[in-house]
Design a protein. Structure first.
Length: 375
């Protein structure tokens, strides 16, 4: 099982799509879902309890998460020193990566670092100077011996040209990534759709960009024999090639990838903190292999023709319904178009597999590593 450890609810950045949106989200209306806004700001359970919890599952993978988890570097060290996890990972904004000693950083199997593309765009979303500090830290951890997977985790919305920014992340003079994932800022806030330009952006920029990216991705297979880890494309292609059926959240939220709040309660996904209705037990006494599973068997997903690939996109968005059905259908349209973009490339991929230019194993990846696959 995979668990996001929410080490703190605090963050050292004030990004537009997170802090900025939260300021505008005055009507935090979660309907019948009661939210506990009084969670401790930092972990208040005993690390020994966490160790006991993880010991029950030999495949326990822990991902440090926040807020910004590196604000609690001491807790990270304490957990890594005392808890036997199969793997450790972290999702971070990268600003404090230089504050954690290499002997810990180098033990991370995967680091997901938030970066939205080139400097101007990253700083526009995340604040001036963010890009420079993060890139310097990434260079430093590489120098200090980090050899695990480093994933550029983009949050995207109207100012992002997906094709241009992903290409830039893959190939630039500052710091090039070989793994990229992107997530749409869509369906997470209560009243942003009306004041945004989401639908037009998806039609004129995002969807055409995804199609170009899918073609570029397969061009790289053809020209260089590499399957780049562009997670949304990779995950969907992997499912199509294996004829998989994914009726569960592809992020793993609510069935294989849970989160542990600062007070030790287990929830389906980190964004669902404080939602008492979804508390699924406490690390003091729960068995990680037997936590209740939550699925979305309700409209619109229940009746959707692409549920078997999409998996329902996001449990949080489904249960909170922050966007109207009409607005959310625009998000679903992007999923359908992304699926079509990959499907269109499958014959070419199959030819390359047949000619042994690439290998089916090149599509392997660690599922539930924090890349949700469906943006
Ligand atoms: S495309 Fe939309 S309706 Fe269909 S499964 Fe995904 S989230 Fe649900
Ligand atoms: S996609 Fe939704 S349910 Fe899954 S991890 Fe992200 S916020 Fe949680």
């Amino acid at each position: 099982m995979f668990f996001h450890l929410i080490l703190t609810t605090e963050c050292n950045l004030q990004c537009r799509y997170c802090f900025g949106e939260s300021l505008d989200d005055f009507d935090e209306d979660f309907g019948e879902i009661e939210v506990d806004y009084g969670l401790p700001k930092k972990v208040n359970y005993n690390v020994e309890s966490l160790a006991g919890f993880c010991r029950k599952d030999p495949d326990c993978v822990l991902t440090f998460y926040g807020g910004e988890p590196l604000l609690c570097a001491d807790k990270i060290k304490q957990v890594m020193d005392n808890v036997e996890a199969k793997l450790f990972m972290i999702q971070t904004n990268g600003l404090l990566l230089d504050k954690l000693e290499p002997k810990y950083v180098n033990r991370f199997h995967t680091i997901l670092v938030s970066i939205d593309g080139e400097e101007a765009l990253t700083d526009y979303y995340r604040g001036n100077g963010t890009f420079r500090k993060v890139v310097n830290n990434l260079k430093l951890i590489k120098q200090n011996g980090f050899r695990g997977e480093l994933i550029a985790r983009m949050t995207i919305m109207e100012q992002t040209d997906i094709y241009k920014q992903v290409r830039w992340l893959l190939d630039n003079d500052e710091f090039s990534f070989s793994s990229v994932h992107w997530q749409l800022n869509a369906g997470f806030w209560g009243n942003d759709y009306q004041r945004r330009n989401f639908e037009q952006w998806t039609k004129t920029s995002y969807i055409p960009g995804v199609k170009r990216l899918a073609a570029f991705w397969v061009d790289q297979m053809e020209e260089k024999g590499v399957v780049l880890k562009l997670y949304p494309l990779l995950g969907i292609a992997d499912s199509l090639l294996h004829e998989e059926k994914n009726c569960f959240m592809r992020c793993g939220g609510g069935w294989i990838n849970y989160a542990i709040q600062t007070d030790g309660y287990i929830i389906p996904c980190p964004t669902m903190w404080g939602m008492k209705k979804y508390y699924l037990g406490h690390i003091n006494n729960a068995d990680p292999r037997k936590i209740k599973k939550i699925f979305v068997y309700q409209p619109p997903c229940a009746d959707c023709s692409i549920l078997n690939v999409c998996g329902g996109r996001c449990l949080y968005a489904n249960v909170t319904k922050r966007w109207s059905d009409e607005a959310y259908s625009k998000v679903c349209h992007t999923v359908a178009e992304l699926l079509e973009a990959v499907k269109d490339e499958v014959p070419r991929i199959q030819r390359l597999l047949k000619n042994e230019k690439i290998n089916i194993k090149d599509f392997d990846f660690i599922k539930y590593n924090g890349c949700e696959i469906i943006p």
